[in-house]
Design a protein around this ligand. Structure first.
Ligand SMILES: Cc1ncc(COP(=O)(O)O)c(C=O)c1O
Length: 449
């Protein structure tokens, strides 16, 4: 390998080995997954579907894609009349593929408000019409009609209205979502997001969608591994269509899949090709297949349950340090800390933690009062540290470190960000924690070398 490239990759390997990754959407794959991704499967063009390709020479790639589909069916316990498409190149593409399959341009989508923890690929715009609502005072703030600045392509093509969480609980108010759906009559209702720490009532959302004759799509990008590992309830058989990424709790390569009733999968297949993509990444499909075999073990079920136990243990420890958690805790793998009582913004807190080799991300919180570039929240998650083998007892130590880093960082939180970096980068208390973190990474190695 080129030495300049090799050096970059070695440095990244070393970073991964010596830091604790709390980014809720990341994970570490097995060596077998990485071998599958980088296998000869990546050399092959296979536009089309098994048995019906545009190029010759696909007899083994057909077997690969069929195996991936078969394993997906098994893992998600798909009913006979449901199907799978494993070709989307990423989660955002998978969502766009679904919209293109079942909607017409200009149709209305009802999805979760981005700053509450929704996702850009469910639509996002801002501008003049912010915070308008046709509902009474109590619900005034719980709907978002978007604005003239269409940030995401989904908002450029479709008419996106978003529901927010209840300001007093940070939970979904399903009665309100129903009221909103009845008033707005969307063609598609979406659940799922990046930072909603609680369970979603799939059955209720389906009832709401069907009451207004809308499709219901569950985006389970974050929870796919927890659902596949039977730690969380599955929307299979409830939602009309389900999209997910394969690289988060799922512990596979970066990719995505769509599962749905067969009549929707028939439309999805056309939406993938010729609608939106060329050939799939066959290396990725090989990696997803290997991840599915790993999910199909008792070990993975224990792993999925441990992710949730670790997140709940970490939440409990953080509460004991007077951290405020959005919705008060978590039902799954992620926690959103509302830092306002700690007098430090999310951007500053995440950077200080990074200097202590604890990697997380700044995040908006519901009814955000800070700026998008320095929001009031910090999102943390337990998939990667659970992959390392950490358990509840390590969560106590982790909460202590988070508390200690933030206590130090808070002292410099009113400085300009560059000055803050200078003060905190080599602060003795931060360096001490960094040394301790590196020690624990050796005790819980990744085994990816
Ligand atoms: C809920 C949700 N949907 C879609 C995506 C998009 O996935 P990708 O980054 O693969 O496009 C993400 C990624 O974080 C997500 O959290």
């Amino acid at each position: 390998m080129n030495s300049q490239l090799q050096t970059i990759l070695n440095n990244e390997l070393n970073r991964q080995l010596t830091t604790l990754d709390l980014i809720a959407s990341e994970n570490f794959t097995s060596k077998a997954v990485r071998e599958a991704v980088s296998s000869v499967a990546m050399h092959k063009y296979s536009e089309g579907y098994p048995g019906s390709r545009y190029y010759e020479g696909n007899e083994f790639i057909d077997q690969l894609e069929n195996l991936c589909i078969e394993m997906s069916r098994k893992i998600f316990k798909l009913p006979q009349n449901w199907g799978v498409n494993v070709q989307p190149l990423a989660g955002s593409n998978a969502n766009l593929i679904v919209y293109n399959a079942i909607l017409n341009p200009g149709d209305k989508i009802l999805s979760m408000y981005l700053p509450d923890g929704g996702h850009l690929s469910h639509g996002w715009s801002y501008g003049a019409k912010d915070e308008q609502s046709n509902f009474g005072d109590a619900k005034q703030k719980m709907v978002y009609y978007g604005g003239s600045r269409k940030v995401n392509i989904v908002s450029k093509i479709y008419n996106v209205v978003q529901y927010k969480t209840d300001p007093s609980t940070n939970l979904f108010d399903y009665d309100f979502i129903e009221q909103l759906a009845l008033a707005e009559k969307p063609r598609l209702i979406i659940t799922g997001g990046t930072a909603y720490p609680r369970l979603i009532n799939y059955k209720r959302m389906k009832e709401i969608a069907h009451k207004v004759d809308a499709y219901y799509m569950a985006d389970i990008a974050h929870e796919a591994g927890l659902i596949a590992g039977e730690a969380l309830e599955s929307p299979v058989g409830i939602a009309d269509v389900i999209t997910f990424t394969t690289h988060k709790t799922f512990r596979g390569p970066k990719g995505a899949s769509i599962i749905a009733k067969q009549e929707i999968i028939d439309l999805v297949n056309k939406s993938v090709i010729p609608g939106m993509q060329g050939g799939p990444n066959n290396g990725t499909i090989a990696g997803i297949t290997q991840a599915l075999f790993e999910i199909d073990t008792q070990e993975f079920k224990s792993y999925a349950a441990q992710i949730v136990s670790n997140a709940q243990a970490l939440a409990k420890e953080l509460l004991s340090f007077d951290f405020k958690l959005v919705s008060g805790g978590t039902d799954k793998h992620l926690i959103v800390i509302d830092l306002r009582n700690k007098e430090i913004g999310g951007k500053f807190a995440a950077r200080a933690l990074n200097y202590a080799n604890i990697v997380s991300n700044m995040n908006t919180i519901p009814y955000e009062t800070g700026s998008p570039l320095n929001p009031s929240g910090l999102r943390i998650g337990t998939p990667s540290i659970t992959t390392r083998g950490m358990k509840e007892s390590e969560m106590k130590q982790l909460a202590q470190w988070i508390n200690d880093v933030i206590a130090v960082a808070k002292e410099f939180a009113s400085l300009d960000f560059n000055e803050f970096n200078e003060k905190i980068r080599n602060h003795p208390a931060i360096l001490k924690i960094r040394t301790e973190v590196i020690e624990i990474t050796k005790k819980f190695p990744l085994g990816i070398k």
